[in-house]
Each structure stands twice: as structure tokens, then as C-alpha cells.
Ligand binder design. Structure first.
Ligand code: ADP
Ligand code: MG
Length: 247
């Protein structure tokens, strides 16, 4: 079953056609890694899925409901409802600096789902335990390392119980010695069959954890397949060139 169905997605910024005709599905429990050179449209694609960008044409369905159909969006209330099924983790964490870890985690469930503090307590504790930050419930983001901040951002996304998690280069802003702890949390989620779409330059992660790899270049999906095929046997010259460059 598809959690996300993208068909013929098009997006331009002015005269620049950034997403040309993107179609792909993400199936339930699948981990997809999106790789490709800088400027190929990876972030714009993820941002379009969570409504941070409006698309010009094509369709996006999430868990069977259209977020946008043939370029037409339903009511704002409906798009919000559908968007809230997706959790997003950004390169620069995007935690609220004036809120504690606990407050960061509980903000969206309180506002979007109107959940009460008391009911959220257990889930907050459970998720902080899961990412190894149980002792930081009342810390402010400034007190945390980059790796800890990103783990909090993952827990925050999980608080909404999303059908899918989207990651946009979650380790690219981290010092190399801190990437492992974040990738480890993501690997654990994959082992628990969380559905994930991960834009990454971590080829080791893509190779080891992803079920499928999508290579994008210049606003198009050039090729996709299981990591064993894409890494060992890329068919397209552009994929080959990119992979040679990355190693
Ligand atoms: P990637 O994430 O693969 O590096 P992006 O999706 O960030 O690629 O960018 C794709 C192209 O779209 C780039 O040429 C970038 O300069 C352009 N772009 C991205 N966001 C905007 C924007 N808000 N306004 C104008 N151009 C943009
Ligand atoms: Mg990007």
C-alpha cells in the first residue's frame, strides 16, 4: 500500500523549472533514500510534500487522500489535515530555541491535535527514552549538541504519530563525530518498520538501510532501484558520474 503517491509533479521558481515531471510512490514500511547533486530539486520535492512549497502541476496523495490533485489544492483545513500525517526533519533541526525539549515535543500535538499536557506526558517520556535523551526533558536546545538537537527533532516529529517521516539531509549540518548517533536513531526506526523518505549524502546509510534508492538530477528522477543495484550497477551515466564523485 502506498503512503505517498506523487505523479507528474512540476514546480518552477520563475523561469527555472526545478521539478520537471516527478512520479514515484513510497510504500508502507519502506525506507527510500533520495540522492543526487546539490540543486537537483531534492529539498523542493520534500518541501512540496509538506506544503512548504506550492506545486504548479501534478498530484500528491498521502495515505489515500489527495493533498493536491492535478495542481488543485482542497480547502486549507483539508490540506492541513493531510499534511499532519507527515513528520519532517530538517537539516538545521528547526527547534524552537525559547522552548524546552518537552515543550518542543508537545507544541504540535497541543495545537494541532488539541491534546492535553497530561495525556502527552507518557509519550514524551517514551520518545525521549527511545532517542537516549530522557535526562534532557527540561533542557533548552542551546544546551544540546547538534546530534542531540537532531534526535530531539526526530522525537518531535514522532509525537504526531506520522504515517511517514521525511528527512532533508538530517546529518549534513553536524560535525562528523555526531552523525553516527543520528543515523543510529534512524536505523532503529527503520528496523521498527517506520516508513521513511530520506534525502541524504550518507551513502553508507543509503546502502545499508534503504530498501530503494532514487537518484535525482536536474529536477528529474534519473533512476531508482534497490541499493545493491544502484550502487553496484548504476545504469545511467549521470548516476555513475555522481557515485564516482561521492566516494
Ligand atoms: P537540492 O535540495 O537538491 O540541493 P533544491 O530543491 O534546494 O535542490 O533546489 C533546486 C533548485 O531550485 C536550485 O537551483 C535552487 O537554487 C532553486 N531554488 C530552491 N528554492 C528556491 C526559491 N525559494 N526561490 C528560487 N529558487 C529556488
Ligand atoms: Mg537540499
Amino acid at each position: 500500500m502506498a503512503i505517498i503517491e506523487v505523479s507528474n509533479l512540476k514546480k518552477s521558481f520563475g523561469a527555472a523549472e526545478v521539478l520537471k515531471d516527478i512520479s514515484f510512490n513510497v510504500n508502507k514500511n519502506e525506507v527510500i533514500a533520495i540522492i543526487g547533486p546539490s540543486g537537483s530539486g531534492k529539498s523542493t520535492m520534500l518541501r512540496s510534500l509538506v506544503q512548504l512549497e506550492k506545486i504548479d502541476g501534478g498530484s500528491i496523495a498521502v495515505d489515500g487522500d489527495y493533498l493536491v490533485k492535478d495542481g488543485v489544492y482542497p480547502s486549507q483545513q483539508e490540506t492541513k489535515r493531510i499534511t499532519s500525517r507527515m513528520g519532517m526533519v530538517f537539516q538545521h533541526f528547526n527547534l524552537f530555541p525559547h522552548l524546552t525539549v518537552k515543550e518542543n515535543l508537545e507544541l504540535a500535538p497541543k495545537i494541532v491535535k488539541k491534546e492535553a499536557s497530561e495525556g502527552l506526558k507518557n509519550r514524551t517520556e517514551e520518545l525521549l527514552g527511545k532517542i537516549g535523551l530522557a535526562g534532557h526533558v527540561n533542557s533548552y536546545p542551546a544546551k544540546l549538541s547538534g546530534g542531540q538537537k537532531q534526535r530531539v527533532a526526530i522525537a518531535r516529529a514522532l509525537m504526531m504519530d506520522p504515517a511517514i517521516l521525511l528527512f532533508d539531509e538530517p546529518t549534513s549540518a553536524l560535525d562528523p563525530e555526531l552523525t553516527g548517533e543520528v543515523l543510529q536513531v534512524m536505523k532503529k526506526l527503520a528496523e521498527e518498520h517506520m516508513t521513511m523518505l530520506v534525502v541524504t549524502h550518507e551513502m553508507g546509510f543509503a546502502r545499508e538501510v534503504a530498501d530503494r534508492v532514487i537518484f535525482m538530477d536536474n529536477g528529474e528522477i534519473i533512476e531508482s532501484g534497490p541499493p545493491s543495484e544502484i550502487f553496484a550497477n548504476p545504469r545511467n551515466e549521470r548516476t555513475k558520474a555522481f557515485l564516482t564523485r561521492s566516494f
